[in-house]
Design a protein around this ligand. Structure first.
Ligand code: FE2
Length: 279
């Protein structure tokens, strides 16, 4: 699937962009399905939690409860000072997470793709385990910023094996908040680790290496259908979307079963709901 040159580039830079990976009809199906999930989402579901507990704990609970389910999350700037949505619900959702790849037939079909299995294998994932899926909307005008981070912070294993598969579902540009990366930055250390202990979450500082200067970051503009693959240690961020167009993307986070997945990672599976690969 991948050329030797693409594999070399992944080793050297920590990422590759594969153009035209997914056909337009598959993307259209995924986008339509995401729209249906948002339509069916009753904001009161999450608001019930938010009004009865303090904000930080409430949002943690809504997040932690989405580990092996399907939940919608609002953009931070979705609400006005009166607590009402500033725009239609469909334009207010930040993302859907985190187990659509196993629970939703359309997302499942998109994920279980022989071409994707081959790409993962070529990137060194011999026994892939897909822990998480996210549908990210990056809404026009209010699409939130995601600061510098490494995805291995959330999917720690020994040794680190997490690899991110990031599908552009619309053209991602500098204007609408594309990814920015530090080429080669995956050779640096893991800076922090996100730990779960029951209902409590903490961020553990591991290394004081500073985040790259924004001026050294490289934008990964992508066309709808392109696939960006990146190493779990690659520092990356995305800017807010102040443009009038959305920037939908779909991501999968995948480790290798030959590495030891940390029992302290926030997503765990058991025998009733085992973690699966691309088959
Ligand atoms: Fe990330």
């Amino acid at each position: 699937m991948l050329t030797p040159e693409q594999r070399d580039r992944f080793q050297r830079d920590g990422y590759i962009v594969i153009p035209n990976f997914k056909p337009a009809d598959e993307i259209a199906r995924l986008r339509a399905r995401a729209g249906e999930i948002v339509d069916a989402f009753d904001p009161a579901e999450s608001r019930a939690i938010f009004t009865t507990r303090d904000q930080a704990r409430a949002s943690d609970a809504w997040f932690l409860g989405s580990d092996n389910t399907i939940r919608c999350f609002f953009e931070e700037e979705a609400f006005g000072p009166d607590g009402q949505l500033k725009q239609a619900k469909a334009l207010s959702i930040n993302k859907i997470g985190h187990a659509m790849h196993d629970l939703d037939p359309v997302f499942k079909a998109f994920t279980h793709d022989a071409k994707l299995a081959a790409a993962a294998r070529d990137l060194g994932l011999e026994q892939p385990q897909i822990w998480q899926s996210m549908y990210i909307f990056k809404q026009p005008g209010i699409g939130g910023e995601v600061r510098w981070h490494q995805d291995a912070t959330f999917f720690d294993s020994t040794p680190i094996s997490v690899t991110t598969f990031w599908f552009a579902l619309e053209d991602a540009t500098i204007e609408n908040g594309c990814l920015w990366v530090e080429p080669g930055g995956h050779r640096g250390p893991l800076r922090e680790r996100f730990l779960r202990d029951g209902d409590a979450i903490t961020m553990e500082k591991l290394d004081s290496t500073p985040w790259p200067d924004d001026s050294t970051a490289v934008p990964l503009e992508a066309k709808a259908g392109d696939l960006v693959c990146f190493h779990g240690l690659l520092p990356h961020y995305s800017a807010p979307n102040r443009s009038p167009v959305s920037r939908h993307a779909f991501t999968l986070h995948v480790t290798d079963a030959r590495t030891a997945y940390s029992p302290r990672n926030w997503i765990q599976r058991d025998a009733d709901f085992p973690v699966r690969g691309f088959d």
